[in-house]
Design a protein around this ligand. Sequence first.
Ligand code: GUN
Ligand code: ZN
Length: 450
Amino acid sequence: MTRLLRGRLLWFAADPEEAGEGAHRYVEDGAILVADGLVRQAGEAAALLASVPEGTPVEDHRPHLILPGFIDPHIHFPQTQVIASYGAQLLDWLQKYTFVEEQKFADPEHCAGNAKFFFDELLRNGTTTAVAFCSVHAPSAEAFFAEAARRNLLMLGGKVLMDRNAPEALRDTPQRGYDETKALIGKWHKRGRQLYAIAPRFAITSSEAQLEAAGALAREHPDCHVETHLCENRAEIALVKELFPWSRDYTDVYEHYGLMRRNTLLGHCIHLSARERAAIAERGSVAVFCPTSNLFIGSGLFDWRAMRAAGGRIGLATDVGGGTSYSMLQTAAEAYKVLQLQGQNLPALTAFHAMTRGNAAALGLGDRIGSFEPGRACDAVVLDTGATPAMAHRMQTVATLEEELFVLMTMGTERNVAATYVMGERASVAGAGKPDGSGATSSAGRKGRA
Ligand code: GUN
Ligand code: ZN
């Protein structure tokens, strides 16, 4: 099945922090030729319209922007009813809110209902790939993958491994965590677009025996991702020091168990020593910056410049439900403010790169998603940059693409998402479409070419 998506195209062929102005591709009247869900070609609409057979459907989104779908590399599937919980920092917040809510995921029906909500909400926000922590219960990962597969979404996730410092109902054992993870990998890893992430929650909720089992799983499945949390909060770090008295530092715990490698995603990475930053960089692991969460739970300020100076890879994520928004636009807005507080900057092009190609590269999936280079999946988000009166009003004074993007990330929400595409098909999600004629279908022909 072939079709054209027409609009203002923006994607990245390189990292603006490395390639500067040459990193992005912008086509004012552009089109994407989609065949079998993949980008065959992206470029000038006139040339593409002239090249396709007469009658090829055209979904016309002008004047909206079309970008690769957003990628969220750290989010918690069981925390959709934890988000916006008042008044606690990490360790209390986990006990008081998170570990209470996650117990409900022992019920497969609760899991299934929440999975529907979760993916609807991601798509409403233009997010087409995410890396999720499920609960400790295998059925939560089952529900997560089953719903993702039903929607043909490229998703990564795993059941969390946790066998101590949590309520009885949320504890597995080293053996049970290993067996359940093994079975889930066998069933879901690389089934369709699904990928499994081995998920020791964090050092505090796993015994040494469980971290050893997680290391064994990682060794046995080198192409599975590993997702965990690192150096988010000062009380957390002090407790890790007590629990692992032999360790040089928190990062050393994960290094010791073979959990630090290129496809390891380390949530937060706020309070790091120079040694830890160097170790993360040397092993090629990814520091995942979660700004709305870091501000909301009062954890601290992620030091982007120091991580880059150390040669470390960075991802940008929501961390819902510690995070306060599913929107990668709002996430970028808060990232900008966190960096401002440290005298650093986040140019709009760098932020939009991070949300798309940058996060794809952080996941090692840059050859499959995150850009409109030929052969990538056509996962895309259509953005109406003037979707609210305040934004439309502000946009009247905008003179450049960079300015428009900066207003979009600063003021933007899911209201700016006019449509979301998964493998070239428009996702049907309540609230994702706007009755503004965006995406009106016509077909290529004499009229289309005029
Ligand atoms: N550290 C361990 N578990 C969690 C979690 O669920 N959220 C956050 N923000 N940090 C964690
Ligand atoms: Zn998290």
